[in-house]
Write a protein that binds this ligand. Structure first.
Ligand code: LMR
Length: 394
């Protein structure tokens, strides 16, 4: 059996992470995998997370299983954070999952379980693991245009033109905020047009929200997901706490299924519990419990929000600095979009060959589609990166 295994295509993001680790050059710069780093290049444990973990060690009396859906208090706290009061809580089924990837996987399995004929629509481009999981599960997939081919802005007309093809019961995957990999996001008006279209066609939104608080702020970043939750009869939401709580390795995510009414919510909840049981029984609890403790404790929550806001503002400053340095070095506004984009990522618009030159010659690592992780920069490395980009791409 094992001798018959065929090699799997390498995940580009994880392969780059490995290549960076193996590069012996001291001045190498990692703009690859989407992990937040501070000015010292460290991914810190957030203060509120440390405090909650300490409290947990002192007070936790058992490691016995939670429920199949995880701790309901975690789901309730996360529902509040993401959806606020946009939808009646009685319509929201939810399960804790191992990270945001686990939530996406469970959401897709739910979709497949409910309707094998439904198609999922993905933005082109999107996070590469989206199509990878969709293909792995054998779910019918279509793409909709997202980025203009000549400019790093949303091609909204192209997107809506393509989405004319959706049928009732199809799912449309949308990034809740901080689009990965482009950093280009929908405006409030555009979210409303998308909602009108989904409502009119009977298609179902599937929101991936993995960077809430990294874009324009915790409340602002939830604008689209709340607008849709308030209007749509059905919706799937896959959320990750990896970035905004910095609990990457704890694998902390949540899948929510919003049903039209309480009866179908109960059925969705039973199915989500069943899917958890088939895949891993009980979801991991540590990260979820820490997140719930933070969200439900006013002091911890306030401290978490302060630190998260510092992270967000730090990335915005780096965006502005990089755009400025590039404007000076290229004598053009070609890269001004970097300051307009939001979240961890932007795509530079470089060719794969140029990306390779930046890696080989300068030790600057970015994904092959020229996606850079803004948080991989600091004040001192911005001029170095800007100079290399100006020489090789500008
Ligand atoms: C990324 O896009 O770099 C992150 O979401 C990390 C990952 O798992 O790919």
């Amino acid at each position: 059996m094992l001798t018959d295994l065929k090699p799997q295509p390498a995940d580009k993001i994880l392969a780059l992470m490995q290549a960076f680790r193996e590069d012996p050059r001291e001045n190498k710069i990692d703009l690859g995998v989407g992990v937040y780093k501070n000015a010292e290049g460290v991914t810190p444990v957030m203060r509120a997370v440390k405090a909650a973990e300490q409290r947990l060690v002192e007070t936790q009396e058992t490691k016995a299983y939670t429920g199949l859906a995880g701790d309901p208090a975690y789901a309730a706290a996360m529902r509040g954070l993401i959806l606020s009061d946009s939808v009646d809580a009685g319509r929201v089924a939810a399960v804790a999952t191992p990270g945001g990837t686990g939530a996406i996987r469970q959401g897709l399995e739910l979709m497949q379980y409910a309707d094998r004929a439904a198609t999922i629509w993905l933005s082109a481009p999107t996070w590469p693991n989206h199509p990878s999981i969709v293909k792995y599960l054998g779910i019918p997939m279509r793409e909709y245009r997202y980025l203009a081919s000549d400019l790093p802005v949303v091609d909204f007309d192209g997107m809506m033109e393509d989405l004319k093809g959706v049928k009732a019961g199809d799912l449309v995957l949308l990034h809740g905020c901080c689009h990965n990999p482009t950093g280009a996001n929908l405006t409030a008006e555009q979210w409303a047009v998308v909602a009108d279209h989904l409502e009119a066609t009977g298609a179902i939104p599937f929101i991936d929200i993995a960077y809430q608080g990294f874009g324009d702020g915790l409340e602002e970043d939830a604008y689209g997901v709340r607008l849709l939750a308030a209007r749509m009869p059905e919706m799937i939401v896959a959320a990750s706490c990896s970035k905004n709580f910095g609990v990457y390795r704890e694998r902390t995510g949540l899948l929510m299924a919003i049903a039209p009414e309480q009866k179908s919510k109960a059925e969705a909840q039973a199915t989500l519990n069943f899917l958890n049981r088939q895949n891993y029984s009980f979801p991991p609890d540590h990260g979820a419990r820490v997140v719930q403790m933070i969200l439900d404790d006013p002091e911890l929550r306030a401290d978490w929000q302060t630190e998260l806001e510092d992270v967000r503002l730090g990335m915005l400053k780096l965006r502005e600095q990089l755009a400025r340095e590039l404007r000076n070095r290229t004598n053009s506004d070609r890269f001004d979009f970097i300051a307009e984009h939001r979240g961890m990522f932007s795509r530079l618009g470089a060719t794969p060959a140029q990306v390779e030159v930046l890696r080989e010659k300068y030790g600057i690592y970015m994904i092959g589609d020229s996606r850079i992780n803004i948080a991989g920069l600091n004040e001192a490395t911005v001029p170095i990166v800007a100079q290399a980009i100006a020489v090789e791409i500008g």
